[in-house]
Design a protein around this ligand. Sequence first.
Ligand code: SAH
Ligand code: SF4
Length: 370
Amino acid sequence: MTRTNLLDLSHPQLASLLAELGEPAYRARQVWGWLYKRFALSIDEMTDLPAYLRARLAERAEVRLPAVIRALTSDDSLTRKLLLKLDDGNVIESVLMMYDLTEESRERRTVCVSTQAGCAVGCPFCATGQMGFVRNLTSGEIVAQVLLFARELSSARPGQKQAPAKAAAEGETHLPITNIVFMGMGEPLLNYANLWQAVERLHDPQGFNLGARRMTISTSGIIPGILTLATEKLQVNLAVSLHAPNDKLRNIMVPVNRKYPIADLMKACRSYFEATKRRITFEYVLNDQVNASEELAHELGKLLKGMLCHVNLIPVNPTDATFSRPKRDVVLAFQRIVESYGIATTVRVEKGVEIRAACGQLSAKQAKAS
Ligand code: SAH
Ligand code: SF4
């Protein structure tokens, strides 16, 4: 029988497991703290649990983290990517960005998390999309990506001699993760239940304790998911990958548009805004000769005019010869036009290109090579 992965359990589920072992309620808080505050890699590390309990717990459960099969750091050390192998051999990737995606001044450490192996949406410029859908990640596989980086950061403290778990046990939280973006491989809103369990777990004030507003879910425009998100008590940020201002082009750029066309998507975005009063970010990956013309910039401006939103312009990270990045002046001209409609925009800073930081690029390469 496979043992339960402790990272797949909610706090109440963990409490039930420990209650079944005849343990008092505070034990669940203790184990939870080991997982989400001290980033323990095994039950063995939970040294303040009595040895008999560690042994009994280990008969039923384990801390099952994906194996790091490659770790890459960008030349400027600000981007780090982990290639992770799941239990069943599937490979996913996660990225840590130690800078601010929007170029605001605050220091950030953002983890970009995958929610699926592969993706069914099939956007042609996206490496993950080219792999097709493989499977949903479990909630444990989603949180594990954050915990692996948290663990690395807690041991990255300059001059630190202690083991990270020990340092954390003594109340030293160092270089914490400040933001999580669900923008790695996969479509988060097509794995809603597991995604949301991961969000709640990472938010839990008794554990990882990351504010909902520090988490961003990016979607290709899955309307039922957006509407469900609007009803959640925890208000995370929503980013919608638009990439084209009309159905004809978006049907190609984001093929799920055939099911959820732009007019319906905008209606869902407006309902989301009504319910949450949260500003939506629209992502627009700029591909030269495809969706970066001045005419399309005007069309985008007209589409979004009057909405409380932000447009993030992202020069594509080319995955093959079909898609390339527009020249800087084309990007800036596009930006100026969109802004002339009273819409706030940012051009995403490009970092980590040499480690193929864009979603799915490395795993796709790995899959091709093997
Ligand atoms: N499936 C979700 C979230 C994962 S993709 C979504 O599509 O929103 C996260 C973002 O990365 C999306 O905006 C996506 O369009 C963008 N992206 C994908 N491939 C890219 C590439 N090669 N260069 C730049 N951005 C890319
Ligand atoms: Fe899937 Fe997002 Fe890639 Fe499109 S961009 S294929 S939705 S992961």
